[in-house]
Ligand binder design. Structure first.
Ligand code: PXP
Length: 249
């Protein structure tokens, strides 16, 4: 089975909020999130990802239900470990929750979650989500300690942070790939599904193909950026075409 693609549509909401922050539900507010989700699915996306941030800078509460009920695909909800967002996740029961670190000042999710350091706070959240039938993913830096801690607190999946790889100079890329490879091998060995995401583009994705055991990529900014020029359906198609080259080992 080929590598799957989860399309993160947060930045479709970013554009809507730029104009309609005070009235995101107004019928004329555009772009319409569900239309974007459907375009991504027509292009071949396997799932849709949204991040309901505590500061609500892009995705709004109502969007979660609209996408959950309207998009005919698995939904991956990214969230920080807060009681408020946990209740929303429990209400809508996405197929997957990806727990991420959240910091109000950051432009995007900057580093991985410190699962090893926050195991006690994360454990009850993971248990509650899993009790609802939601598969839990932990967004972590590619470090063995974080992989093991993700398993230890009851996670199902790790999403390996590829941001350092994406931003590395050409000379430093091999080091980042080695870290990703080691983390993926460890994750598979302890029984975790391996996903990856952050900063992936059609220009750098092939470099990740030497990382084994990958099941799904989560990609947002690049696809939404390409969508401005060629449309989201085509941008997803373009990415899927490259991803088909991945052999899994
Ligand atoms: N995975 C996680 C956990 C993220 O927080 C993000 C960014 O929202 C992504 C993947 C997608 O990253 P990008 O927008 O750089 O493709």
């Amino acid at each position: 089975m080929g590598l799957k693609l989860g399309v993160n549509i947060d930045h479709v909401a970013t554009l809507r909020q730029a104009r309609y922050a005070s009235m995101p539900d107004w019928p004329g507010a555009e772009p319409v999130l569900l239309e974007a989700a459907n375009a991504a699915l027509r292009g071949g996306a396997d799932s849709i990802t949204i991040h309901l941030r505590e500061d609500r800078r892009h995705i709004q509460d109502r969007d979660v239900g609209v996408i959950r009920e309207g998009a005919a695909c698995p939904l991956n909800l990214e969230m920080g470990n807060t009681a408020e967002i946990l209740e929303i996740a429990v209400r809508w029961k996405p197929d997957f929750v990806c727990l991420v670190p959240e910091n109000r000042a950051e432009v995007t999710t900057e580093g991985g979650l410190d699962v090893a350091g926050q195991a006690e706070e994360l454990r009850p959240t993971v248990a509650r989500l899993r009790d609802c039938g939601i598969l839990v993913s932990l967004f972590i830096d590619p470090e063995i300690e974080q992989v093991r801690a993700s398993r230890e607190i009851g996670g199902d999946i790790v999403e390996l942070h590829t941001g350092a790889y994406a931003q590395a100079s050409v000379g430093a890329r091999e080091t980042e790939i080695s870290r990703l490879r080691a983390a993926a091998i460890e994750a598979q060995a302890v029984g975790l599904q391996v996903n990856a995401g952050h900063g992936i583009t059609t220009g750098n994705v092939r470099g990740l193909f030497s990382v084994p055991h990958l099941i799904e990529f989560n990609i947002g900014h690049h696809l939404v950026s390409r969508a401005l020029l060629i449309g989201l359906e085509q941008a997803v198609r373009e990415m899927m075409e490259v991803m088909r080259e991945y052999s899994g080992d």
